[in-house]
Design a protein. Structure first.
Ligand code: FNR
Length: 382
């Protein structure tokens, strides 16, 4: 209503509400390197296309003459209260998009009460982003270092900075084959961007002869093996559990058996995700994997979802398929590129408003109502 009313006065929104136009506008203001890094995917982009195609195979079945004028989408996921089942996915290196970077995203998210998941590859430190978040809900995403002392130190800092849940990303123990970045020889990390978290970490710095400011090459030389190769094995999750009191969520789960193993390992949740199609080309569309994981988990852990979410209607479909909450990825990075903190607020408000409108017009007034409507969704033949 706000947008239409402004339209009466001749004002259109400062940024597009349409996700494709948002991406095009971001392309226009960014250099090829940063834009390609964010927009690009693994290989030929088949996984990115599969993520979108999976949405096209599902449809809401709107119900009529139901009372939906008063609506409440608030929920609590793993102890975190949120106004709607939406979080900001961890995206690293945000200073390549806009100088507001992660602190700007944190302020935008906190302003709406939307939880932000802060990346290990942040271009600002854990402590700086926590301060920008204020009272806002925040989770920390861990890229699992190969040295335990660094892992323990990062977890300790995140806990002290008020991050309540931990998201351990499993699918990126090395970077995928990303032609957009390869063809431009563009990798922000090699310039130190996105290394703020390790570069400010005492356990990481202890392994260096000089500070990163004095010897960037040596610091990057330590960073690369620290976050490449895998310290990850199922039995090593004990280390994380031992050093993290709060909920732990494994991100990048697509196979129902991996979801089961996560439950058996005592994890509190999983994120069904293929990293926005950036890791394995020709992977299954993330939404296609969601029902299998929901069925395997049987309510014993939270099931979150990302990859390919562009609109509020997409969020609605993922919820109807059983996700407890949805993470928004690239669209908020484009909002940041175009309008800094305000751009992120615009994108978040648009997605939340469309989700609310879509579910209301489909006949639902709250999540309990949606979840008790098994007829809310149809799956189309391929
Ligand atoms: C990511 N993603 C990501 N995930 C993570 O766990 N840690 C990280 O540092 C990053 N960094 C990152 C950078 C960029 C530029 C992108 C686009 C993505 C993955 C992210 O959390 C999420 O899984 C995807 O973005 C979801 O896909 P869509 O919604 O972008 O298609």
């Amino acid at each position: 209503a706000e947008i239409y009313l402004h339209g009466l006065a001749g004002q259109t929104p400062a940024l597009p509400t349409d996700p494709a136009r948002l991406e095009e506008a971001a392309r226009a203001v960014l250099d090829d390197g940063p834009f390609g890094y964010v927009a690009g995917g693994a290989g030929q982009g088949a996984t990115m296309r599969a993520n979108r195609a999976a949405f096209d195979r599902h449809g809401l079945v709107p119900r009529m003459l139901r009372e939906t004028t008063v609506r409440d989408w608030s929920t609590t996921v793993l102890g975190t209260a949120m106004p709607a089942p939406l979080l900001l996915a961890p995206i690293g290196v945000l200073s390549i998009m806009h100088e507001d970077a992660e602190p700007g995203v944190a302020r935008a998210a906190a302003g709406l009460g939307v939880p932000m998941v802060l990346s290990t590859a942040s271009s600002h430190t854990i402590e700086e982003v926590a301060e920008a978040s204020g009272e806002g809900p925040r989770w920390f995403q861990l890229y699992w270092p190969t040295e335990d002392a660094v892992t323990v130190s990062l977890l300790d800092r995140a806990r002290r900075a008020g991050f309540s849940a931990l998201v351990v990303t499993l699918d990126t123990w090395t970077l995928g084959w990303r032609p957009a970045d390869l063809d431009q020889s563009y990798l922000p990390f090699l310039r130190g961007v996105g290394c703020a978290v390790p570069f400010s970490d005492p356990a990481f710095l202890a392994g260096l002869a000089a500070s990163p400011e004095d010897d960037l090459m040596a610091a990057v030389g330590r960073w690369v093996p620290m976050f490449t190769g895998t310290a990850l094995r199922w039995d090593r999750l004990d280390l994380i559990r031992e050093h993290w009191d709060g909920p732990i969520v494994l991100k990048g789960v697509l196979h129902p058996e991996d979801a089961l193993r996560a439950v058996e390992a005592g994890m509190d949740g999983v994120v069904v995700s293929n990293h926005g199609g950036r890791q394995v080309d020709r992977a299954v569309g993330s939404l296609s994997a969601l029902p299998g994981v929901v069925a395997a988990v049987e309510g014993r852990a939270a099931v979150l979802f990302d990859s390919g979410v562009r609109t509020g209607a997409d969020v609605a479909v993922a919820l109807a398929l059983g996700a407890d909450a949805v993470l928004l990825g690239r669209p908020y990075a484009y909002g940041l590129a175009l309008g800094g903190q305000d751009g992120v607020t615009h994108v978040l408000r648009s997605v939340l408003a469309e989700m609310d409108l879509t579910l209301a017009l489909a006949g639902h007034a709250d999540l309990a109502g949606l979840r008790s409507s098994p007829d809310a969704l149809v799956t189309l033949p391929r």
